[in-house]
Ligand binder design. Structure first.
Ligand code: ACO
Length: 498
């Protein structure tokens, strides 16, 4: 029916539809159908969402001021591009038949209770309707999509909640527009990802939760984000891959131009069983997944922390063209911690070049760094460090072609380090294709401020030396992959132009 469109064009309708109907829209504020309809109505009120909007509910005349229709077929326009479905599972086939009559092009089925609970028959009925009508589907059993630029927000998770004290607080934040695309099989973890990204003030290009992937799957979405100009890096949470061959072909192409970080769960027998009842996914042998990710240049995160940590590194910084890493620190112990973790992860804390050592010696003679500073790798500027020392030493290491990346440990507690250190380091490093990651330890005001300010300048910042080292390892692994594909220089050239 819609054969003239490419899959990318079909997926684009989910993010930018001309008309939307919310089937199961509700006036009851604690229900999913209320939250979703309100998201659309609010974004239409502010002018962010520009399409037509229709609530569908047989028991209401109006919802939030919009005339309500008992069924999709009663809406007085010929075609409704996107249908969002939040009615109980047994009713969904009937709703999809109506959507087909209404020439809908896309449907997001939020409803649970299909293949993941063994109800394959119901899921197959919907698949048949969609195949016949050409409607592309996200879900069932998903959250759908969020696009900060077009105002499409099918998350049934209210943005704010009211505490017992009466105070209204952010509950499920919607991140600001940015460059990270999120693809997730788990809606709940997807929502947690949005919370994390918003909390860190990291922006997203688009968010998609696809649940049971009755139709569109992770590969289709990767292919879509390959072309999406707003997307610079892609975060993927997976419980299983639907079609291994298709996934490999597409991801190989994507990783040549955009980093992809995957968190693949269901690694143990217990995890695999949980994945089957969550989204009906076959988790498969973990070793095979490791091989697939390695062969396609996907960076696999071993846990949730690494998922976010690697994402920041790969989106903000260029990949490392080798594994010889420099550590510049004002704290001896954390410098050793970073060095240990680097070696565990296959990085080398190699020698500085002769020129760097000479330049550092000269700085020491001119008393620009303390005579007790260590000028081998890790370079330890000690508690007597100043902003000037950090900046000047970083410049020497940036110029050192034997070194492929820099971990800066700038613990803020020392007296000589002032805030302009952040601005000056950020200003300096942006002219180089050498990746830089930062670490400051602490959970109180200053440490949080320092890390957040570094990240605003595009330097990923970590709360432990080990996290910083692991992030650098992901930059190296991605660089190594691109190098083997003969794509590293192209990637670096494009990265510098952005
Ligand atoms: N057309 C239009 N509206 C209809 C129709 C129909 N054919 N049939 C029923 N409705 C209306 C109902 O009257 C009701 O409206 P009301 O709120 O005004 O009473 C509304 O649709 C919803 O129907 P209910 O029977 O009240 O269903 P309820 O809201 O309790 O649950 C839901 C529906 C949310 C879809 C539920 O079945 C479900 O699947 N919940 C789980 C959702 C989920 O977790 N999805 C995965 C997310 S991913 C993650 O991990 C978080």
């Amino acid at each position: 029916m819609h054969q003239e469109q490419t899959v990318d064009e079909q997926i684009n309708i989910f993010f930018d539809p001309k008309s939307v109907a919310v089937v199961g829209a509700s006036r009851k504020v604690n229900k999913a159908g209320y939250v979703i309809f309100k998201n659309f109505a609010e974004n239409k009120r502010t002018g962010l969402f520009k399409g037509e909007l229709y609530p569908i509910n047989p028991n209401e005349d109006t919802i939030l001021g919009y005339k309500c229709y008992p069924t999709l077929t009663k809406v007085p326009i010929d075609e409704i591009e996107l249908v969002v479905v939040i009615v109980p599972a047994a009713v969904v086939p009937e709703v999809m038949e109506d959507a087909s009559q209404k020439k809908s092009k896309a449907a997001i089925i939020i409803t649970s209770g299909f293949g993941e609970t063994g109800n394959h028959e119901l899921e197959n009925r919907i698949r048949e309707i969609c195949l016949k009508s050409g409607i592309r589907v996200l879900g069932p059993n998903c959250l759908g999509v969020y696009d900060p630029l077009t105002g499409i927000d099918t998350l049934f998770l209210p943005e704010t909640k009211v505490l017992i004290s009466g105070e209204e607080v952010i509950a499920t934040p919607r991140p600001i527009p940015g460059e990270i695309a999120v693809i997730t099989q788990s809606g709940a973890f997807g929502a947690a990802t949005l919370d994390y990204l918003a909390g860190r003030q990291l922006g997203i290009s688009k968010f998609v939760s696809f649940g049971n992937r009755l139709d569109l799957d992770e590969s289709d979405l990767l292919q879509y984000f390959f072309k999406d100009e707003a997307t610079k890096g892609i975060l993927v949470y997976l419980e299983g891959i639907k079609d291994g061959k298709k996934f490999m072909e597409i991801s190989q192409k994507v990783t040549e131009i955009k980093p992809v970080v995957v968190l693949k769960t269901g690694r143990t027998n217990a995890g695999a069983k949980a994945a089957m009842s969550h989204t009906g996914s076959m988790a498969g042998a973990d070793d095979i997944y490791n091989t697939v990710f390695l062969q396609t240049g996907i960076i696999r995160a071993s846990d949730m922390n690494e998922f976010f940590d690697n994402c920041k590194a790969l989106v903000f910084q260029p990949p490392a063209s080798g594994n010889n890493i420099a550590i510049i620190t004002d704290a001896g112990g954390p410098g050793i911690m970073a060095a240990d973790e680097c070696e565990f992860k296959g990085l080398k804390i190699g020698e500085l070049s002769g020129e760097s050592v000479k330049a550092l010696e000269e700085m020491r003679q001119r008393k620009e760094i303390p005579e007790y500073a260590s000028i081998s790798n890790p370079v330890d500027l000690t508690g007597s460090v100043t902003t000037d020392m950090f900046v000047n030493v970083t410049k020497i290491i940036l110029e050192d072609s034997t070194l492929n990346g820099i971990i800066i440990l700038g613990l803020h507690h020392v007296p000589g380090l002032q805030e302009d250190f952040i601005d000056r380091i950020a200003n300096l490093t942006k002219y180089y294709t050498k990746p830089v990651v930062f670490c400051d330890i602490g959970e109180t005001e200053m440490a949080l401020y320092v890390r957040s300010k570094f990240e605003k300048f595009g330097i990923p910042a970590y709360a432990s030396p080990e996290d910083a080292a692991r992030a650098m390892a992901s930059l190296y692994n991605y660089g190594l992959y691109l190098l083997k594909q003969n794509k590293l220089n192209d990637f670096l050239n494009k990265f510098m132009k952005k």
